[in-house]
Design a protein around this ligand. Structure first.
Ligand SMILES: [Zn+2]
Length: 62
């Protein structure tokens, strides 16, 4: 996800300009999320549910 055109709700300037504290916080958060990879958006409960489904499917196949 890109934040090039994201406008800050606090200062109404583009977030990537980092004009206010909120902009910088949002920018930092997005950089963190990007660094963590595609699975960072999934919550742990979702991951566990997926794991259980996978194991069930393997058990059925075996
Ligand atoms: Zn701002």
């Amino acid at each position: 996800m890109t934040y090039d055109r994201l406008v800050c709700a606090n200062c109404a300037a583009p977030v990537n300009e980092g004009r206010c504290r909120v902009c910088r916080a949002v920018r930092q958060q997005m950089e963190r999320e990007r660094d963590q990879g595609p699975f960072s958006g999934l919550n742990p409960a979702m991951l566990i549910a997926l794991m259980v489904l996978l194991v069930a499917a393997l058990a059925l196949l075996a």
